[in-house]
Write a protein that binds this ligand. Structure first.
Ligand code: ADP
Ligand code: MG
Length: 193
C-alpha cells in the first residue's frame, strides 16, 4: 500500500469515530500518558491542538498548564514549522490553512533541546516507530536531526489510537521515527530502529 492509500484509509477510520468516542478515548489516552514519569518530571514540552479526529489531548494540555509546565504548539507556514507558547485558550484559527495555531505574537520556542518531549500526531504507525503524517512532511523537516545517532532530546512521542497500527509504514529516506508510541491501550517502545 502506498502512503497516499494508507492516508485515505486511516482518515476514513478516524472520521468514523463519534465525538463521544473521541472524547472518551482522548481522556483514556491522557490518563495513561500523564501517569508516566516522563510527563510528571517535565518542565517544558510541545504537543498539538487536535483537529480532524486526532487524539484529543486537550485534558493533558490543561493538566500540564495547571501544573505550571511550559507548553508549546506548532505553527506551520510556508517556511516550515515552529513552536509557539500556548497561552491557555484555544489558539486562533489561521485564515489560510484553517488550523488553530499560535500566532506571531506568541513567544517562540528558542531551542528544541529545552523540551522534555514532543507529542506528535499521526495517521498510522508501526512497531518499528515509523510514522505516517498528513503528507506535509513538517515533522520530518523540523526534526531531521533525529535521523542521526547523536540525537538524545527531546524524544518524539506518537499519539495514536490502537486502530492506527499497521504492519509496516512505507518509509522514505527523510522520514523521522518515533521514540515511543502511546495508544489508548498501550505504551510501545519501538524495536529494531
Ligand atoms: P508525512 O511525514 O507528513 O507523512 P511525507 O513523509 O510523505 O509526509 O513527506 C512529505 C514531503 O515532505 C516529501 O515529499 C518531502 O519532499 C518533504 N520532506 C520531508 N522531509 C524533508 C527534508 N528533511 N528535507 C526536505 N524535504 C523534506
Ligand atoms: Mg514522513
Amino acid at each position: 500500500m502506498t502512503k497516499a492509500q494508507l492516508r485515505t484509509q486511516m482518515r476514513r477510520r478516524r472520521n468514523a469515530l463519534t465525538i463521544a468516542e473521541q472524547t472518551g478515548l482522548g481522556h483514556r489516552w491522557c490518563a495513561r500518558f500523564t501517569g508516566l514519569p516522563l510527563f510528571e518530571n517535565a518542565t517544558a514540552f510541545a504537543a498539538y491542538w487536535p483537529c480532524r479526529g486526532e487524539v484529543d489531548i486537550r485534558p493533558l494540555l490543561n493538566l500540564g498548564r495547571n501544573l505550571g509546565k511550559s507548553i508549546f504548539l506548532p505553527t506551520v507556514s510556508a517556511t516550515g514549522m515552529w513552536f509557539g507558547q500556548w497561552e491557555g485558550t484555544p489558539p486562533p484559527k489561521n485564515r489560510s490553512c484553517g488550523l488553530r495555531q499560535p500566532t506571531k505574537n506568541s513567544p517562540r520556542l528558542p531551542n528544541l533541546r529545552t523540551l522534555d518531549f514532543v507529542i506528535v500526531p499521526l495517521l498510522a504507525f508501526d512497531r518499528c516507530g515509523l510514522r505516517l503524517g498528513q503528507g506535509g512532511g513538517y515533522y520530518d523537516r523540523r526534526f531531521q536531526l533525529r535521523r542521526f545517532q547523536n540525537w538524545h532530546k527531546p524524544p518524539l512521542i506518537g499519539a495514536a489510537y490502537d486502530f492506527q497500527e499497521v504492519a509496516t509504514v512505507p518509509m522514505d529516506p527523510w522520514d523521522v521515527s518515533l521514540d515511543r508510541i502511546v495508544t489508548n491501550d498501550e505504551i510501545i517502545t519501538p524495536v529494531n530502529r
